[in-house]
Every structure is written in structure tokens, then in C-alpha cells.
Design a protein around this ligand. Structure first.
Ligand code: ADP
Ligand code: MG
Length: 422
């Protein structure tokens, strides 16, 4: 929080209307408020969100901090500790789909989306004014841990607070902020992602995983459930391996997977693959029910993609059942099965992810899988708390032997959602 304030003071000085706090404003001054929002890891349920399926993210202790000061005009001026020496500037009225680029589009996009929300409510969009803001983050970029959502959601709670909208006070309001953050990412930053990341960052709870039901049209409050996931109490840790092989979801792979799923649902006469997953789940003969539908698909690629989505939604259900029974130590085999399905059927893993997962298991992890969209990014391993070092060492060693660049490690303790911190 102090660093975010210092970056703000260094980039833009003190408030224009307060000469005493002007350019010479000292780092750490407390006249500027600071908000923070977490990155996330998804425990299970990958590539299910855009299939109206289920996923189960947790909020990381790693967060993006934003020091923000509203302005009386519509200017947005931004600085980031992760983009030193650069500032990003736009006028709010110029922010629209296709009109802005760069990292500031994630931030200005949230202001745009909140104004759109207010207009849709018949409220005055001008309550979202311009602002000066500085961000600092401990969420690694492009690691599949959703630094983009952490950035958007920190700004969402900040703007909600300074505009006095009161949305962050309730889960229903937080669902509105999540929707605005999704619009910022999809429509202004131009990244076609589903809604999991922003819901996790805004609606997760410490000591819990967030079961998200991504069916469209669902009441937003009913779309999320808290599931107890207290790793400390169980003597467990969730080790995240950042492969540092950058994921490239904005390229064609994500769109191709999504299109294949949508085509398959159409061929099957279903609104989404979720309908098939529900039919399989309700069937006395799940494998047979799935096989009948797979037989109707035109090619092997489509069959494998659909099989992943349907079985993955089933694994989310099974994993949640284990957590509700207080058996977090028993979820390893489901994590392993999820990885195999993503690697073989959905084909979104990578050499780095497979090496991380295999090495972690050999070193004693109870289960391990890639997490996030794939093609690089991060893997997670469920390990006994006293084995964290041994598993990390084994993964580091395996990367070295395979001639891969050194991975990063962090511990994912289910943590608090976006909030004001100073
Ligand atoms: P991920 O969300 O998996 O980390 P993305 O590609 O979706 O990866 O988002 C990363 C992008 O988000 C960065 O390239 C940058 O544009 C923006 N971003 C995230 N955090 C910050 C930050 N602290 N400062 C500046 N830009 C950021
Ligand atoms: Mg992202």
C-alpha cells in the first residue's frame, strides 16, 4: 500500500487543490486511500466457464494495490510500479471499445463499465469522475494467476468507494463490480476471457474456495457458493509453480477451443455443454450417456474437447463434495485426472506444465495439475505442509534437467477478496 502511494506521489504529486501536499508529497503520506484485490488460482474446473459450467477458484494472498485519488475532471492518469517511468492518460469520454490500448485500458475500462452500469440503472454516470491512480502488485504477470483481474477489481472497489455507490458492501453488489470488470477486460482491453477471475477476486473468502456456477441468466448471488478449504487446519499447502513460460490466451487457441465447444453444443441441440454435463451427472449410466452424445459429433477433436468439458464439470462436483465432507487431503486424484484431461483431450498443456506436474507428484504431492487457461502459466500441487520445500526442489531440479528456464514458486493460501486496505 505504501509503495502504491509512493508511486502516485512520484508520478502525479499531491492533489491539485492542496498545494501543501503537492509535488513534494512524501511517500507514505496517508491522505490517499489504497485498495487491494487478489489474483486467483483455480483449484479445478478449467475451460468450463464459457461452457456455462462450474469452476472453483481461490483468492491468493498476492494482490494488486491501487492508490487512487478522484479528480474533479474526467482525466484518468495512471502509473504502475510494474511499468516504471511510464504514465498512461486518457479522458473518460474517449474510453470505448477499440479506442484505447495498453495496460491502462484494464483500469479505464472499469470506469467505463461502471458508467455504463449507472446509465443502465437510470443513474448519473458522472458520479464516476476521472482519477489519478498508481498500482503496485505482487501478482506475477501472465502467470495464469490473473494479474489482469486483480488490477481491474482493485480499481472497481476503489471507484465504488470514492463514488459512494456502496456496491462492495454486499455480495450482490460485488457481483455487479465483477460484471463491470469482465466488461473492461473483454470490451476495452480486448481479451475474450470468461468471468471466473473477477468473481474470485471480488467474491472469494479467506479459508474458502468459491464454487462458481457460470450458467448465464442465473441470479448472480445464487451463482456463487463458499466451500470450506482450510489448508492450514489440514496440515496442507497448495504450491503454485509459475513456469514463467508466458501463456498467450489472447491468440487463437482460446477462441478455437471456445468455438469448438459452441459448435458441438449446437450439433447436440443444446444451449451449452453444461446441459450435457447435467444429463450425464443425473444419469444411472454416466459413461453410456456421454458416449451416446459423443457419437453424434463429427470428428475426434470435437469428441475429445466435449469429453474434457463434461468430465471436468463432474470433477468439480466430486471435489466440492470431498471438501464439504472435510476431506481436502483426498482431492489429489481429481486434480491428477483434471490434468490428464486438459493435456490429452483439451490439449492446452505445455512441456513446462507437464514437467512441473510430474515432478511434483514423484516428490510426494498428493495431486497436481495445470491451472488457468494453459499453454504455459502455472501449475498447482497439493502437498503436505512439511513437504513444500522438497516438492519445490524436485520441480526446480526437473526444470534444470529438461533445460527449461527456472520456475517461480508461491503458496496459495485461500485469502480475502478485494477491499480497502489503507
Ligand atoms: P494474467 O492475468 O494471467 O496475469 P494477462 O495477460 O491477462 O495475464 O494480464 C496481464 C496484463 O495486465 C499485463 O500485461 C498488463 O497489461 C496488465 N497488468 C496487470 N497488472 C498490472 C500492473 N500492476 N501494472 C501494469 N499493468 C498490469
Ligand atoms: Mg488475465
Amino acid at each position: 500500500a505504501a509503495r502504491a502511494r509512493a508511486v502516485l506521489a512520484a508520478a502525479f504529486g499531491g492533489p491539485d487543490d492542496d498545494p501543501a501536499a503537492d509535488a513534494a508529497a512524501a511517500p507514505g503520506e496517508d491522505d490517499v486511500r489504497v485498495w487491494a484485490a487478489p489474483g486467483r488460482v483455480n483449484l479445478i474446473g478449467e475451460h468450463t466457464d464459457y461452457n456455462a459450467g462450474l469452476c472453483l477458484p481461490i483468492a491468493l494472498p498476492h494482490r494488486t494495490y491501487v492508490a487512487l485519488r478522484p479528480r474533479t475532471d474526467s482525466l484518468v492518469r495512471l502509473a504502475s510500479a510494474q511499468a516504471p517511468g511510464e504514465t498512461w492518460t486518457a479522458r473518460l469520454e474517449d474510453v470505448a471499445p477499440g479506442e484505447v490500448a495498453g495496460w491502462g485500458s484494464y483500469v479505464a475500462g472499469v470506469a467505463w463499465a461502471l458508467r455504463e452500469h449507472l446509465v443502465a440503472q437510470g443513474a448519473d454516470p458522472a458520479s464516476i469522475t476521472g482519477f489519478d491512480a498508481a498500482v503496485d502488485s505482487s501478482v506475477p504477470f501472465g502467470a495464469g494467476l490473473s494479474s489482469s483481474a486483480a488490477l481491474e477489481c482493485s480499481v472497481a472497489v476503489a471507484l465504488d468507494d470514492v463514488a459512494g455507490l456502496g456496491l462492495s458492501a454486499s455480495d450482490a453488489g460485488r457481483a455487479v463490480l465483477a460484471a463491470a470488470s469482465v466488461r473492461a477486460e473483454n470490451e476495452i482491453a480486448g481479451a475474450p476471457t470468461g468471468g471466473m477471475d473477477q468473481s474470485a477476486s471480488l467474491r472469494a473468502r479467506a479459508g474458502h474456495a468459491l464454487l462458481l456456477d457460470c450458467r448465464p441468466g442465473l441470479d448472480p448471488v445464487e451463482s456463487a457458493e463458499q466451500v470450506p478449504f482450510d489448508l492450514d487446519a489440514a496440515g496442507l499447502a497448495l504450491l503454485v509453480v509459475d513456469t514463467r513460460a508466458e501463456h498467450r490466451l489472447v491468440d487463437g487457441q482460446y477462441a478455437a477451443r471456445r468455438a469448438t465447444c459452441e459448435d458441438a453444443a449446437r450439433t447436440l441441440g443444446l444451449a451449452s455443454l453444461r446441459d450435457l454435463a447435467d444429463a450425464v451427472d443425473a444419469s444411472d449410466d454416466p459413461a453410456g450417456t456421454l458416449a451416446v452424445s459423443l457419437d453424434k459429433l463429427p470428428d475426434d477433436v470435437a469428441r475429445r474437447r466435449v469429453r474434457h468439458v463434461v468430465t471436468e464439470i463432474g470433477r468439480v462436483r466430486e471435489l466440492v463434495a470431498l471438501l464439504r465432507e472435510g476431506r481436502p487431503g483426498a482431492i489429489g486424484p481429481l486434480m491428477n485426472a483434471s490434468h490428464a484431461s486438459l493435456r490429452d483431450d483439451y490439449e492446452v498443456s505445455s512441456v513446462e506444465l507437464d514437467v512441473a506436474v510430474d515432478a511434483a507428484r514423484v516428490a510426494g504431492a498428493l495431486g497436481a495439475r495445470m491451472t488457468g487457461g494453459g499453454f504455459g502459466g502455472s501449475a498447482i500441487a497439493l502437498v503436505r505442509a512439511d513437504q513444500v520445500e522438497a516438492v519445490a526442489d524436485a520441480v526446480r531440479g526437473a526444470f534444470e534437467r529438461e533445460g527449461l528456464g527456472a520456475p517461480g514458486f508461491l503458496l496459495a493460501t485461500p485469502s480475502a477478496p478485494a477491499e480497502r486496505v489503507a
